[in-house]
Design a binder for this molecule. Structure first.
Ligand SMILES: Nc1ncnc2c1ncn2[C@@H]1O[C@H](COP(=O)(O)OP(=O)(O)OP(=O)(O)O)[C@@H](O)[C@H]1O
Ligand SMILES: [Mg+2]
Length: 305
């Protein structure tokens, strides 16, 4: 591949959310701050939403890595679970050993006892769910009931939901208003600006081994094209950057310019194709209308003559 050609030691734009590549972008840092403050305050429910590919799973992993010891995390990456499955999964994450024959009520009691025992040892238990938009309504309700459990002073379980914007749409429904009211802290990830896109590209390249003294690998025109076509979505930025580097390597280029970026965009289904600026379209339309008007007038005048 292109690694050697550009002086890199590892792939800079892999799609896995690897915390080693984390770049402290404003929205991601703010999301982590909101999470940390909310968890310290002992809130029941916290929510982080964002479009597909904006970095939710990466932030989640960062949170799991960085939460200090009094917090004990239970992590459910795939919450497409019925209420019963959710209880089993939570029990497993809390380190409970139970017989498969116990019923749901007994399981709930065991979970409650374990949460109390952990609280007595000074632990704050945080249940973190990724892809929360896929949770069935009944499972959301089960979660809400678990966050009702509390000691005199604090909740026994805090829940952090990460999800796509569909989660907000679901929570807006009347049936889920009781849960909605408990979400006191939430954060919505926004897309990256053009300047952030440029800094993001460079950061990942330096982590991947690009010489610190080397000039920026992506020219400004390439950054602008990628920022526009990706609509500021990090996963799409990665895809476009990777393809641009492949094309640059194929052409023997040492830097990535607009040409490689445009080809990468054309080759990527989800990328927004470059559009004419609006003012240019307006001028074009006005020009066409004017010419049409002149032609009609001439014709009319000719007809009269
Ligand atoms: N701040 C960041 N620093 C470095 N890489 C990032 C950052 N934000 C996002 N990325 C990268 O963008 C890609 C998409 O991120 P991630 O998988 O976390 O998105 P997501 O919001 O969970 O997407 P989905 O909704 O599909 O689950 C990953 O490769 C991730 O490493
Ligand atoms: Mg994800």
């Amino acid at each position: 591949m292109y690694l050697q050609h550009f002086g890199l030691s590892e792939a800079p734009f892999a799609l896995t959310p690897n915390t080693g590549f984390f770049f402290a972008l404003a929205p991601h840092v703010e999301a982590l701050q909101v999470l940390q403050v909310a968890l310290q305050t002992g809130e029941g429910f916290i929510k982080v939403t964002g479009e597909v590919g904006t970095g939710k799973t990466l932030i989640l992993r960062k949170l799991l890595n960085e939460l200090p010891p009094p917090f004990r995390c239970a992590y459910l990456p795939n919450p497409c679970l019925s209420p019963a499955e959710l209880r089993w999964a939570l029990a497993l994450e809390l380190g409970l050993k139970y017989s498969a024959n116990i019923d749901q009520q007994q399981l709930t009691c065991l979970i409650q006892q374990q949460l109390l025992a952990l609280a007595a040892h000074g632990h704050s238990v945080v249940l973190v769910l990724d892809e929360a938009q896929a949770l069935p309504d009944e499972s959301l309700e089960t979660l809400r009931l678990f966050t009702n459990l509390e000691t005199e002073s604090r909740k026994l379980l805090q829940v952090v939901l990460f999800g796509q914007p569909e989660l907000d749409e679901r929570l807006a429904r009347h049936e889920l208003r009781q849960l909605r009211q408990r979400i006191t802290f939430s954060y919505r990830l926004r897309p990256l600006t053009e300047a952030e896109t440029g800094a993001y590209l460079e950061h990942r390249l330096r982590v991947a081994g690009l010489d610190v003294d080397a000039p920026a690998l992506f020219e400004r025109s390439a950054v602008a094209a990628i920022a526009r076509a990706s609509r500021g979505i990090p996963r799409l930025i990665n895809v476009l950057a990777h393809k641009s580097l492949m094309l640059g390597f194929g052409q023997g280029a040492m830097r990535i310019g607009r040409k490689q970026a445009q080809l990468a965009i054309r080759d990527t289904e989800d990328a927004a194709r470059s559009q004419w600026p609006r003012w240019l379209m307006f001028v074009g339309l006005m020009g066409t209308a004017a010419v049409f008007g002149v032609l009609v007038t001439l014709r009319f005048a000719g007809g009269l003559a």
